[in-house]
Design a protein around this ligand. Structure first.
Ligand code: 26M
Length: 815
């Protein structure tokens, strides 16, 4: 980028120490010798915040000339994780802070544990947004993230008798020094009301108004003084006379408005695959979109005259369809407030919006009933019809003249099969039609988006749908979470792999070196010892750090197939019971996953794993050869402890269902070997590491589709696979839950009656792949060679590379 923010000024230990002392004494009012680790956390955070604020002002000043195109990343989720450690690393003062806290007699890593994770996301999509902000800043791209400042993030998960229980996570009620309220930048958002037309012009009146107040989080990058902004909106009631009104009707209205406003940013919806058409969710979507567009337009107007340069200065990335209402909102602003004609307004929309698709699951594709949108956002419903009419009668008609079926198929409005049902608005179609590029998140996924999800759009606009393979930030997911490995890499490569991850490739020459292998294995073991103590603390189970740590960490979903892992562990346990002298390495199977609160089968799977864990972990007969752990409350900070300690990474989704996966990249980066299907980014991981360094199993996308076509009956497999039949019968028998014999009925029925995700079809192949893992583990020099090659081959999966791809193929930004 043309602005020079690359010279990093640093602080020495004495300056950090002075800073901490000053803030402890003058801001927190405590003496250093009386301060708790929590006080140190707060003091250090406030010190970092001072530096960030300076740098944010510099960044602004350097951008004032408006010469650059800004990226606006609109997302209902940003799973940023803890910020203190990350900021210290980015500022290059981590070691200074370590020494400074040590001089006060406190340990920096204990201090960092005080921070609560801002849980503003469900999983992959939210974490991807956070990695992208890190990379945008690191690459010096001027960028804003826009989202919602939820009071309650994703629920906290606990287990009662092995069953998931949810409790609210009021994450920012504890001290959170990172957010800075910006009341001057507040926005008014209108809802409900009606549209009048006078002389062909639309007026949207009688609306309910709510306020959006922004709350800014500084986003620092690696080796740069740029600080970008994550701007999160909070709903507030408008001040105003209605509250004092004695008029009963008006009083009701104003109370309604107040309640509505305060509800908007209360909770993050905890689903990640099954949108329920809830009015408040639609309002959340519109609320943050309206605030964000008004905010970015105001910024544009402060920097430029007229609208001519708008499309060259602004690009807006829609993170899934959740912000899709931005398309009619920008159209509304351009037509109703700025007097553009429809065609010109649509052209502008189409040159600033881009849309990322994250799922092919049909039930996950968002639709809203026409009636709901018409009631909450009447003007937007009109504009959606207008976009649709233009699209169908000009664009579709031109390409497929007279083809009514095609118009039906591509209409933004889905006509119901049953006339008693409502018309539905397809948000994915609205997003495709309103954007200039649409991308999938891994090569396989993008080709399925073209072939299965939007084949007609791909025919109509052959250059619109593209691929950008996901990535993860190597700063958080290697340098910060695995400092020992980072140091080994530093001392081996002597090059800046953190800002050019492809450099890791140079490690390959060391893969067979016994000394290097020893160091690599030693680090893994240290990390496993550390995880073992977390496991003991959280689960009260002692695990052997010399066992294979086999991990599956991700949201719980049938397509991700934790149940396949479960069935296999049950089989391993049975084999051990049959022959306790079996010559097999010790194994620890580690799970962490939240289930959506309304997803019964997912919760049933959690319960089954926990009951099995209870049984296995207390069975003296198998002499600790097998342990099963389900860590509660999976979140970013827990991932940072599990990932560096993993030997095996479970990426076992039904082929064609996992859009990309990003945990797969983080685990391989930290030297775990993948057992996985040819799905999502696993395909590209296999390509990078070579098929001899990964355990691939199961049906491919083509084989899945063939099998379905032939007619799949899970009972055939059940009848013919003795071991599989035995474990399913055991699960169904009630033996694992004597107090509730039918407890696992939902899971067993799902497996035997439909098995939509082909768990049984892939079982034997999965079990065989595990046998190959055991064999490889028994030859350590072979194992560590593979592990090193995995770390060395992850260069492609840096989110820096993803952002460079977005800049080139989607945003038209030169770097
Ligand atoms: C929708 C409507 C109402 C409430 C919630 C939602 C919703 C929220 C999150 C739906 C989907 C959500 O996330 C999906 C997700 O995380 N997808 C994952 O995205 C990753 C990043 O691209 C991919 O790596 C994963 O494969 C994909 O499952």
């Amino acid at each position: 980028m043309n602005v020079d923010l690359n010279s990093v000024r640093t602080m020495d230990t004495a300056q950090v120490e002075q800073g901490i002392r000053r803030i402890l004494e003058q801001s927190l009012g405590v003496e250093p010798d009386e301060a708790t680790p929590g006080d140190y956390w707060e003091a250090l955070s406030l010190l970092v915040r001072e530096i960030n604020l300076d740098r944010i002002r510099n960044t602004r000043r350097e951008e004032k000339d408006g010469s650059v195109r800004r990226v606006y990343y609109l997302s209902l989720e940003f799973l940023v994780g803890r910020l203190l450690g990350n900021n210290l690393h980015n500022l290059g003062i981590y070691h200074q802070a370590e020494k400074a806290t040590a001089s006060f007699g406190v340990n920096l890593s204990d201090v960092l544990e005080y921070e609560t994770d801002p849980a503003l996301g469900n999983g992959g999509l939210g974490r991807l947004a956070a990695c992208f902000l890190d990379s945008l800043t690191t690459l010096n791209v001027p960028a804003f993230g826009y989202g919602i400042n939820y009071r309650f993030g994703l629920f906290k998960q606990g287990f009662v008798g092995g069953k998931q229980v949810e409790s609210p996570d009021a994450w920012r009620e504890d001290s959170f020094p990172w957010g800075i309220e910006k009341p001057k930048r507040k926005q008014v958002v209108r809802l409900y009301g009606q549209v009048r037309e006078v002389d062909g012009k639309a007026y949207w009146d009688d609306t309910q108004e709510v306020l959006g107040v922004p709350w800014d989080l500084p986003v620092t990058g690696y080796n740069t003084e740029r600080v970008n902004t994550l701007r999160l909106w909070e709903g507030r009631a408008t001040e105003g006379f209605d509250l004092n009104s004695f008029d009963a009707g008006r009083y009701q209205d104003s109370r309604f408005r107040e309640i509505l406003a305060e509800n908007i940013s209360q909770v993050l919806y905890p689903n990640d695959s099954h949108p329920e058409g809830k009015e408040l969710r639609l309002i959340q979507q519109y609320f943050f979109v309206a605030c964000s567009l008004a905010d970015l337009i105001a910024r544009y107007k402060r920097e430029h005259e007229g609208w001519e340069q708008f499309t060259s200065k602004v690009v807006i990335q829609l993170n899934d369809t959740h912000p899709a209402i931005a398309v009619p909102e920008l159209l509304r602003i351009l037509m109703d407030e700025e007097d553009f004609v429809f065609t010109k307004a649509l052209e502008i929309c189409r040159s600033v919006f881009c849309y990322t698709n994250h799922t092919l699951l049909p039930e996950a594709l968002e639709t809203w009933s026409q009636g709901l949108i018409a009631r909450v956002l009447p003007r937007h419903m009109q504009l959606i019809y207008k976009i649709n009419y233009h699209f169908l009668h000009n664009e579709v008609e031109k390409h497929w003249p007279g083809d009514h079926q095609m118009k039906n198929r591509l209409s933004i409005i889905e006509e119901p099969n049953n006339p008693a049902e409502p018309q539905m608005v397809r948000m994915a179609y609205l997003s495709v039609i309103g954007s200039h590029k649409v991308n999938g998140v891994a090569a396989l996924h993008s080709s399925l988006v073209k072939q299965k999800l939007f084949p007609e759009f791909d025919e109509l606009w052959p250059d619109k749908i593209v691929n950008v393979t996901n990535g993860v930030t190597p700063r958080r997911w290697l340098a910060n979470c695995n400092p020992e490995l980072a140091e080994l890499i530093d001392s081996t490569l002597k090059s800046d792999w953190q800002s050019d991850l492809a450099r890791l490739g140079e490690l390959k020459v060391w893969a067979d070196d016994p000394e290097f292998q020893k160091k690599f294995a030693r680090i893994k073991r240290d990390n496993k010892v550390a995880l073992a103590s977390v496991i003991d603390e959280l689960c009260g189970v002692k695990v052997n750090p010399d066992a294979i740590f086999d991990v599956q960490i991700k949201r719980l979903h049938e397509y991700k197939r934790q149940q396949l892992n479960l069935l296999h562990i049950m089989a391993v346990y049975r084999r051990l019971l049959e022959d306790p002298d079996l010559d097999v390495p010790h194994r620890v199977f580690i799970f962490a996953a939240k289930a959506a609160p309304g997803y019964l089968v997912a919760k049933n799977i959690i319960y089954a794993i926990n009951r099995l864990a209870d049984r296995v972990n207390n069975d003296r007969r198998i002499r600790d050869k097998l342990k099963v752990i389900f860590l509660p409350n999976y979140r970013v900070s827990l991932a940072e402890k599990i990932i560096p300690a993993a030997d095996v990474s479970e990426q076992i989704s039904t082929a064609g269902f996992e859009a990309s996966g990003t945990g797969n990249m983080k685990l391989a980066l930290n030297g775990a070997l993948t057992i996985g299907t040819m799905d999502g980014a696993n395909v590209e991981i296999a390509e990078e590491v070579g098929e001899e360094n990964i355990f691939i199993f199961g049906k491919t996308v083509e084989e899945v589709s063939d099998l379905r076509q032939r007619g799949y009956n899970p009972r055939d497999i059940y009848q013919h696979n003795e071991e599989l039949k035995a474990v399913i019968d055991w699960l169904a028998s009630g033996d694992l839950s004597p107090d509730e014999p039918d407890a696992f009925r939902p899971l067993v029925e799902s497996l035997l009656d439909s098995d939509y995700f082909l768990t049984l079809a892939d079982y034997q192949s999965y079990s065989d792949a595990h046998d190959r893992i055991v064999k490889a583990w028994k030859a350590p020099s072979y194992w560590w060679r593979m592990a090193i090659i995995n770390t060395a081959s992850m260069g492609k999966f840096s989110s820096d590379r993803s952002i460079v791809d977005y800049c080139k193929t989607i945003w038209n930004i030169g770097l």
